[in-house]
Design a protein around this ligand. Structure first.
Ligand code: ARG
Length: 462
């Protein structure tokens, strides 16, 4: 007999049971569901809605059910549809009919919203921790490469030299924004919907704040209709996760490029790469590729959830059961990627020599020649044109700027003097950009300080 079987004259068609059941995936909520029920029953007792002895019996029973589920000893069945009714069934098996008092003043609609919030609160905490680890790995590479000059790109064409440390720090600031967004989202996740009942509240003299306090929530959802139909916090998580996945994917793309023979800027550690079953020489950046590839499913879950919610009338609709798999998969996908990322970055070998070679054999110091002429009083547009001619002549003669003699430089502009050879060196070019946020060593050191300060701040507030 189903928990809601009273008004039915026939058993449910088995296909309906199979189709509507969520137990195969929402069993992941078991511990949160029981945690919520323990708080609820403590409140029922405190408010004298059920006798204290019954409440104690229920609480004891719930602890046993929890242990059994954790040990894999409890039988969870499709017939009982979801985790909420399975737990209730198991509880009744354990303590008898008194277990049926647990659901007083509560609906699965506020219960499931509660479970989702409890799950997500933990998941967000885990992701924040993992992002800190990734940032630490990036910062350690940045610190080790404060003198490593590499080509900086626009349009994937060599543009101006930058420090490898500067490049690493760019990702640190992306992940910091991700952490900020996640931390901010907790304000909206961490509110208790319990007490909203099915949609309208309940006739029992419950104490919503009691439950919220017990579960460590910052407050209660203000409107019962909103409390049971709101999944904005899930969308927000999926959206924040999509940005994280996108940031990871961009870095992965660079790792894949940099570890190719064409770039040869880094070598990923053997323990974070894989081989080919056919080509014995291969060492593939599979992890980076797979993290890049899994971005698709994370974006997909965001679009899926937004689409599921679009057009749903208030309040709860069964459509909303579709909120779970995408959320679980998103968290697990991110967790897997982030766990690998920190050590993969940490152990990556940076080929400083090759990067330096790349900035020497190119024209990424051309802007500095133009800026030099501006410093001597030439309008920038004019100096841009002069340097364009110098570069063209160099290309035609198979030379780079630093291969020219002073005479050759002066044939383009009499303003050029002997100091030009130092001005055009990659190190000088980099360190000339000591504007705030720039690529000069000093500026990058400031960025590292700033990032560490923000990280500390976020860690303290957890
Ligand atoms: N399994 C359901 C879900 O995940 C729980 C809430 C069901 N409520 C209901 N009235 N059918 O959404």
């Amino acid at each position: 007999m189903k928990l809601w079987g009273g008004r039915f004259t026939k058993p449910t068609n088995q296909l309906v049971d199979e189709y509507t059941a969520s137990i195969s995936f929402d069993k992941k909520l078991a511990t949160y569901d029981i945690e919520g029920s323990l708080a609820h029953v403590a409140m029922l007792k405190a408010c004298k809605i059920i006798p204290a002895a019954d409440a104690d019996k229920i609480a004891e029973g719930l602890q046993i059910v929890l242990k059994k589920i954790e040990a894999g000893e409890a039988e969870l069945s499709e017939e009982h549809e979801d985790i909420h009714m399975n737990v209730e069934k198991l509880l009744i098996e354990e303590v008898g009919a008194v277990g049926g008092k647990l659901h007083t003043g509560r609906s699965r609609n506020d219960q499931v919203a509660l479970d989702m919030r409890l799950y997500l609160r933990d998941a967000i905490g885990t992701v924040i921790q993992q992002l800190i680890d990734v940032e630490k790995a990036l910062i350690s590479q940045a610190k080790a490469n404060l003198d490593t000059v590499m080509p900086g790109y626009t349009h994937l064409q060599r543009a101006q030299p930058v420090l490898f440390a500067h490049h690493m720090m760019a990702y640190v600031f992306m992940f910091q924004r991700d952490m900020e967004r996640l931390t901010d989202s907790l304000k909206r996740v961490n509110k208790s919907p319990l007490g909203a009942g099915a949609l309208a509240g309940t006739t029992f003299p419950i104490d919503r704040q009691f439950v919220a306090d017990k579960l460590g929530f910052d407050g209660i959802c203000e409107n019962s209709l909103d409390a049971v139909s709101d999944r904005d916090f899930v969308v927000e998580f999926l959206s924040n996760a999509s940005l994280i996945a996108m940031h990871l994917s961009r870095l992965c793309e660079e790792l894949v490029q940099w570890s190719s023979a064409e770039f040869n800027f880094i070598e990923l550690d053997d323990s974070f790469t894989t081989g080919s079953s056919m080509m014995p020489q291969k060492k593939n950046p599979d992890v980076a590729e797979l993290v890049r590839g899994k971005t698709g499913r994370v974006y997909g879950h965001l679009m899926g959830m937004l689409t599921t919610l679009k057009g749903l009338p208030l309040a709860y609709n069964k459509d909303m059961q579709e909120d779970k798999e995408g959320m679980f998969d998103t968290f697990e996908t991110l967790k897997g990627a982030l766990a690998l990322f920190a050590p993969m970055i940490e152990t990556m070998q940076v080929k400083q020599e090759n990067m330096y070679q790349a900035v020497t054999n190119d024209f990424s110091n051309a802007t500095d020649l133009a800026d030099y002429l501006v410093g001597k009083g030439m309008p920038f547009r004019e100096s841009h044109a002069v340097v364009g001619q110098v570069v063209l002549a160099c290309i035609n003669n198979g030379k780079y700027l630093l291969d020219l003699t002073l005479d050759e430089f002066q044939s383009y502009s009499a303003l050029i003097e002997g100091d030009i050879f130092d001005v055009l060196k990659p190190e000088t070019v980099v360190n000339a950009r000591d504007v705030a946020g720039g690529t000069a060593r000093k500026s990058v050191e400031v960025q590292i300080e700033q990032a560490l300060a923000v990280m500390e701040e976020l860690t303290l507030h957890e």
